[in-house]
Design a protein around this ligand. Structure first.
Ligand code: ADP
Ligand code: MG
Length: 318
């Protein structure tokens, strides 16, 4: 069976005019003035696929926008506004009020006003958000812009959303108080939107971690025609999951999705300025590896032994 990326490549990746960025990056991009571009992205959350039916509607409203703001962040664009398309099997006004309150809490926080949308009936709840953002053309962080020798950086930490999801699916058992803490990371992600909008002058390539660290870094290495080495021991782990089974941990860190933090590459000479910018915005950054002239993404332990997992990140059709 074809994976989601094969389907997109086969049917929806015809060439776009000069000056545009079409399918294949975190946002589509088109020029509006000589020096500026509009970046736009759409992401859909489907009941039963992306969220449990009993998910807190306030958090769901926030997440519907957050996953899109995360794509703007991955291009280095600052939000301008958004559209919301909702399909609902029935009208539950209490649910809608909470959903709207959550959505607006994030749209207010990042000055990304809701400008329009569409509301229809449907078999399950389906939420599509389109965001628009703006960036200087020269500060865009394209997936294709990584350079050999660049350091690879990551904001925030890894693992908690995957462990929370596995526990909620009943695939693993963890302590109840741990689950209460880490399900926040799954249900209420917090992409570093403002930090990212100022990062483009320092960084080269970027991607947001939505499907899993290795798979998402592979999007950068494929687009930039390079390889990467990741130092497993430098990966930032969510404090509440430290000490879990090491195999489960490896899967969570390397292949776990729903992170919505930013992975970016930059010339090592930019390191001090990157750390300073992150401090200014209260964002944690970790140097997790570097870009190589190879073709693979290799994960090493502290003794330089290769440990990359075979399990890939999430694909809707695999
Ligand atoms: P992300 O995880 O960053 O939101 P996706 O993995 O959903 O991105 O999509 C990968 C790329 O393919 C993006 O550039 C997206 O815009 C593009 N894409 C996905 N589905 C379609 C489609 N049906 N038509 C055109 N482009 C698409
Ligand atoms: Mg993305």
């Amino acid at each position: 069976m074809s994976g989601e990326f094969d389907l997109i490549k086969r049917y929806f990746s015809r060439p776009v005019p000069e000056g545009y960025i079409g399918p294949g990056d975190d946002c589509a991009v088109f020029q509006v003035r000589d020096s500026h571009v509009i970046a736009t992205s759409i992401d859909t959350l489907v009941e039963g696929v992306h969220f449990f039916s009993d998910t807190n509607p306030y958090y769901l409203g926030r997440k519907a926008l957050a996953v899109n703001l995360s794509d703007l962040a991955a291009m280095g664009a600052i939000p301008l506004g958004c559209l919301l398309s909702l399909s609902l099997p029935l009208v539950n006004e209490e649910w809608l009020q909470e959903f709207a309150n959550g959505f607006y809490s994030l749209s207010d926080a990042y000055k990304c006003p809701l400008l329009g949308g569409d509301t229809t009936s449907g078999d399950t709840v389906s939420i599509s958000v389109t965001v628009f953002g703006q960036a200087k053309h020269s500060a865009l962080m394209k997936r294709s812009a990584a350079k050999v020798g660049d350091y690879i950086w990551l904001t925030g930490n890894l693992g908690a959303p995957h462990i929370a999801l596995q526990a909620m699916l009943g695939n693993i058992i963890i302590r109840d108080n741990v689950l209460q803490t880490i399900r926040q990371c799954l249900e209420n992600p917090n992409p570093p939107v403002i930090f990212a909008s100022q990062l483009g002058v320092l960084a080269n390539a970027a991607i947001d971690i939505s499907d899993g660290l290795i798979q998402d870094i592979e999007h950068i290495t494929a687009a930039s025609n390079c390889g990467a080495v990741i130092n497993y021991n430098s990966l930032p782990v969510h404090p509440s999951i430290a000490g879990l089974d090491s195999h489960l941990m490896q899967e969570a860190l390397l292949s776990g999705g729903d992170v919505y933090q930013l992975c970016f590459t930059a010339n090592p000479k930019r390191s001090k300025l990157i750390v300073k910018l992150a401090e200014m915005h209260g964002v944690s950054v970790s140097h997790i590896g570097h870009i190589t002239d190879g073709h693979n993404v290799v994960v090493n332990d502290s003794k330089n032994i290769v440990i990359r997992t075979s399990k890939k990140g999430f694909d809707h059709f695999q």
